[in-house]
Design a protein around this ligand. Sequence first.
Ligand code: THU
Length: 125
Amino acid sequence: MDDRELLTLANEARGRAYAPYSKFPVGAALLCRDGAVFTGVNVENAVNGLSLCAERVALFKAISEGHRDFVKIAVTCRGTHCRPCGACRQVLHEHAPDLEVLMGNPDGAFVRTTVRDLLPDAFSL
Ligand code: THU
């Protein structure tokens, strides 16, 4: 699974986002070490604070299916490139601090980074 394929899966997932309030669909695709891919979308709710970001949906799907070893996540939304929010950075850091992050947009442009670079000096117990 190369970068382009993972970004395409994230972008296809983006089409399934449930974002009636923000009207800002986000898609994610998480690549596991064994080659499995879990996608995620943002799922919003009429009650403020109950919405979940695409990245965490993808990660929680993977963990709940028994996957713990992650290589790369692609995230896409409109704009220059999709930057994971602070909450997602913290949650991703817990499970995969060295995860590669491809921050993309629907046109195929992307910026490569890592969770560690996105959240330096992260909190952990
Ligand atoms: N959102 C994500 O799903 N991932 C990000 O990286 C940034 C923000 C969602 C949350 C909310 O549903 C919408 O985008 C607007 O904030």
